[in-house]
Design a protein around this ligand. Structure first.
Ligand SMILES: Nc1ncnc2c1ncn2[C@@H]1O[C@H](COP(=O)(O)OP(=O)(O)OP(=O)(O)O)[C@@H](O)[C@H]1O
Ligand SMILES: [Mg+2]
Length: 273
């Protein structure tokens, strides 16, 4: 049967904007965002990564200067075309929206908008026509910035270190989302896993909150990931066959299979014959 398969822009069944988020710091968000964006680009998707963290780690890993001209204007609701500030990366198909130090005041700047929780979505909307995958590297916290991320993202990817405290933070996020009637699907996965630690094994074997999906792939604790700061490249580029490189590849494949939508947009109609 010939069917027209192209989807409407921002059809929520098509995941295109993936927010890599956790309330907690240092759980592997940036490592995940950079490696997943690299794999998306490598698989042929036109990919954009937006470094929303004033610490600018993703920008550093991708060898770009952490500077955005008129970033205050961009965030505070003036007319602004994100295309003006997109930079290329060393990887084909992968572009970057760099971080800027002004992002430390992002909550205040977003607060100046008429609809403060929707600013990032409004900025991203025109770009969704040009990119097939958008990855948001989010700062740790739960704030107006986070709410913007929840509303802009089609799905959230939540790296979680398997400890009891991390599970509590996950509950806080799910409670927050429920309380704010946010239906963005949440996909958690275990990150920085050390299988020699009893607690890691116990937490991974424990029951899961039905409000989120826990992916099967776990990212091991591995020095190859720490080396990203020296290499300033994706692990999936300099050590694709290492345990961490393979784990990110498996995570990307699982995301594509379960989260859906992250594939090149069909350019043609199916033949009716
Ligand atoms: N799987 C891993 N194994 C070992 N080290 C890791 C792993 N993932 C991340 N790291 C290291 O842990 C530190 C924190 O990782 P990362 O910056 O990705 O976390 P984050 O959640 O983005 O932190 P922040 O909240 O500060 O933005 C970094 O030094 C990184 O190299
Ligand atoms: Mg980070």
């Amino acid at each position: 049967m010939g069917t027209h398969v192209s989807k409407k822009r921002f059809d929520k069944s098509v995941v295109k904007i993936l927010g890599v988020y956790n309330i907690k710091g240092g759980v592997g968000k940036t490592a995940t965002a950079v490696n997943i964006a690299h794999l998306a680009a490598q698989s042929g998707l036109r990919t954009l990564i937006w470094d929303l963290d004033p610490q600018a780690a993703a920008t550093f890993y991708l060898r770009v200067k952490p500077k955005v001209k008129r970033s205050e204007k961009m965030l505070s609701g003036k007319k602004f075309d994100l295309n003006e500030v997109v930079k290329g990366s060393d990887y084909p198909n992968l572009d970057l929206l760099p971080a800027d130090f002004s992002y430390r005041n992002m909550d205040l700047l977003l607060g100046e908008n008429k609809k403060p929780a929707l600013r990032l979505l409004k900025l991203l909307r025109p770009l969704a026509e040009e990119y097939e995958a958008v990855v948001l590297d989010c700062p740790p916290s739960i704030s107006l910035v986070s709410e913007n991320i929840f509303r802009a993202a089609d799905a959230l990817l939540l790296p979680t270190i398997p400890t009891t405290l991390s599970l509590r933070t996950m509950q806080q996020l799910l409670d927050f989302m429920e309380g704010h009637k946010l239906s963005t699907p949440v996909y958690a996965f275990y990150s920085m896993v050390d299988r020699r630690k009893r607690m890691h094994l116990d937490v991974m074997a424990s029951g899961q909150d039905p409000r989120c999906c826990v992916l099967e792939t776990a990212i091991p604790y591995a020095t190859e990931v720490e080396r990203m700061g020296i290499e300033r490249r994706a692990v999936t580029d300099y050590a694709p066959r290492s345990p961490a490189g393979r784990a990110y590849q498996a995570l990307w494949e699982e995301i594509q299979a379960k989260v859906g939508g992250l594939r090149p947009l069909p350019m043609t109609y199916d033949s009716p014959f």
